[in-house]
Ligand binder design. Structure first.
Ligand SMILES: Nc1nc2c(ncn2[C@@H]2O[C@H](COP(=O)(O)OP(=O)(O)OP(=O)(O)O)[C@@H](O)[C@H]2O)c(=O)[nH]1
Ligand SMILES: [Mg+2]
Length: 601
């Protein structure tokens, strides 16, 4: 019987945290779930708070057998002590957290899995959105890992089936693909590699079973690849048993019909794929509406033939709307749904307009992060908010997936020794960004257009960094904000071996940072300060108690360095815009320009 004590390194942990760790024993598991989502989230939250790994060991009935803080794998594991013969699995699985955002198993994790013959080993990244992986043994000496995948998919992973099969015969090779995953075959024309399309397909949850490209300048009008290549494709589709064909360019209805004739597959294009990913990621009302509208608009002229029939039956990539709903397939319904979405979107936009004018009143400069998808915008934003932010709305994610961020998020950042800014994270850009997407996201991108300063984040380690920069600049031009002040921020320099040749890239101003380690952040701040127009001045005021509303305004719109309750009023030292200084001057409240509080006499 377990004694419900917590093992491991509790030294220096606050009592409140120790109690939360002890409470983990109370989470009831369900037999089918790999772990209870509530348990996983609480473990991740504790790790975020204390920076230490948390591990729980769970038996096959879903009961918790051990809770460990710190480096779990080096702690003696009583949970697995009652193991059966060495040829069998222990009947215990380990679920543990990794501080930060790393959702993959370490070498140590794999080795613990083997040494303890665990049913499986689960890793949850402590940083939201808590992506993770799971690994199973494939023989006494080997293991294989599935993931990273979303927290949601991970918690519901069908571990039992896997484990029962393994237990019977220790150990058959595990199924490499889940039944639910679609097998995608990629096609494209021209010189561009299909790597990015593959990444997109993976992001959408498919496995890629093959690719074929044709070196021609532009697609054939009727057959896309040309009729010779089409035969090759038909064969390849059958050999690989693909069920989804994805083209790297937008397809016309007749191309879709032709390709569908080659094999029993569903045919979609790059735009549909991107919109599908968007549909899975959007989380605000506006984001969802924007995606749905773009999907409907893109779909309407393409509702033909087999695709229609297949999508009516089955679902799958390209047929999913925001919120996992199946997209409408009936033309008439589609039109009326479009009108409804447009109407609702209008309302949401009016609300956004109001927010924007409120922000204008607050007079804080807006700094927008833009960049190619996966460049590290959210990670940078996350880092800045954690270190210098004002607590408030969270859910910024840094996920190694394309389009992790869809909805614009605004956060307040207090630059050390400087001013306060609003930081906006935005949707990532991509090559051949579908027109439907640019249109649908115009409202979101307007946030960028309205920004006082744009930070263009570049993944300096990406081999196509320079093309990606061009794409981003092109989109900025399309949404008419290429005239805004732009600072280029080369990110991920922690992974760089040599220096960046800034001269040859011809961008200025530019800074180099690592959103992961925080390297270069001060230079970034200096650069931001330099780019933003000087704002207000630092003064000290003494506001009488019967004018408390002024103090509230100062706090909302200025940058307060110090404040103090005095017998005759509230003394505040702050950087204020002229607009706020004038009324104070009229009333004679200004006690000094600058200076420190407490030095008066
Ligand atoms: N090594 C290293 N990795 C980083 C750094 N910044 C971000 N990453 C990783 O790059 C991946 C993408 O980061 P995100 O912050 O999600 O990128 P994003 O630009 O917000 O992407 P989208 O929202 O998809 O447009 C994640 O796996 C991050 O952990 C960095 O400075 N160094
Ligand atoms: Mg992001």
């Amino acid at each position: 019987m377990s004694t419900q004590e917590v093992k491991g390194n509790l030294q220096g942990l606050a009592n409140a945290l120790i109690r939360r760790v002890e409470n983990l024993w109370q989470f009831q598991g369900e037999r089918e779930l790999l772990f209870s989502p509530d348990l996983g989230r609480e473990m991740a939250a504790i790790t975020e708070a204390c920076g230490r790994e948390i591990a729980v060991f769970i038996d096959r009935r879903g009961q918790i057998r051990d809770v460990i803080v710190g480096d779990a794998m080096t702690v003696a594991l009583s949970a697995t002590r009652d193991r059966r013969s060495s040829s069998r699995l222990s009947g215990i699985r380990c679920v543990h957290t990794h501080p930060g955002a790393s959702p993959a198993l370490s070498e140590v994790d794999h080795s613990a899995l083997r040494q303890l013959s665990l049913d499986c080993m689960v890793v949850i990244a402590a940083a939201p959105p808590h992506a993770g992986s799971v690994a199973f043994l494939t023989s006494a000496t080997e293991s294989c890992e599935f993931g990273p995948m979303s927290f949601h998919r991970l918690s519901a992973y069908d571990w039992l089936q896997q484990v029962q099969a393994l237990d019977k015969q220790f150990i058959p090779p595990p199924q490499m693909t889940e039944a639910a995953q679609e097998k995608a075959f990629l096609i494209g024309v021209g010189e561009e590699s299909l790597d990015e399309l593959e990444q997109l397909a993976l992001s959408a949850g498919a496995v890629v079973v093959g690719r074929l490209s044709q070196k021609i300048a532009k697609p054939f009008a009727g057959t896309y690849l040309g009729s010779g290549k089409a035969q090759e494709l038909s064969l390849a589709l059958q050999v690989t048993d693909a069920d989804l064909l994805i083209a790297d360019d937008e397809l016309t209805p007749s191309q879709i019909r032709f390709l569908e004739g080659l094999a029993p597959v569903r045919v979609i294009d790059r735009t549909t794929l991107i919109l599908d990913i968007f549909a899975q990621r959007a989380c605000t009302r506006e984001g969802k509406l924007q995606v749905e509208l773009a999907q409907l608009q893109y779909r309407l002229p393409r509702l033909t033939g087999k695709g229609l029939a297949l999508s009516r039956q089955g679902g799958g990539i390209g047929t999913r709307g925001p919120g996992e709903m199946q997209l409408e397939t009936d033309r008439r319904h589609l039109r009326s749904r479009m009108t409804a979405v447009e109407r609702e979107l209008d309302q949401v936009r009016q609300h956004r307009q109001r927010l924007r004018s409120d922000r204008k009143k607050a007079d804080l400069p807006v700094v927008a992060l833009v960049g190619y998808t996966n460049a590290g915008k959210s990670t940078l934003s996350h880092h800045l908010v954690n270190a210098y932010g004002t607590p408030g709305r969270t859910t910024l994610n840094g996920e190694d997936k394309l389009f992790a961020t869809l909805d614009p998020t605004m956060r307040k950042i207090n630059i050390p020794g400087g001013r306060t800014i609003l930081l906006a994270d935005t949707v990532g850009f991509i090559r051949k960004l579908p027109h439907a997407v640019v249109k649908a996201f115009r409202a979101t991108l307007e946030e960028v257009a309205a920004a006082d300063l744009i930070l263009h984040i570049v993944d300096a380690t990406h081999e196509e960094a320079s093309q990606q920069m061009q794409t981003v600049l092109q989109v900025l031009k399309e949404i008419e904000c290429d005239h805004r002040p732009i600072v280029t921020v080369f990110n991920k320099i922690d992974r760089l071996t040599g220096p960046i040749d800034l001269l040859s890239l011809g961008v200025a101003p530019a800074v180099e940072v690592s959103a992961r380690t925080g390297q270069g952040i001060q230079e970034l701040f200096d650069c931001i300060e330099g780019q933003l127009a000087p704002q207000g001045q630092i003064i000290q005021v003494l506001v009488p108690y019967d004018h408390g509303e002024y103090v509230a305004q100062i706090y909302a719109q200025g940058q307060v360095f110090a404040s103090e309750y005095r017998p005759d009023g509230i003394a505040v030292q702050a950087r204020l815009p002229e607009r706020l200084i004038a009324p104070c001057r009229e009333r004679g409240w200004i006690t000094s320009d600058g200076g420190t509080i407490g030095s008066h006499g």
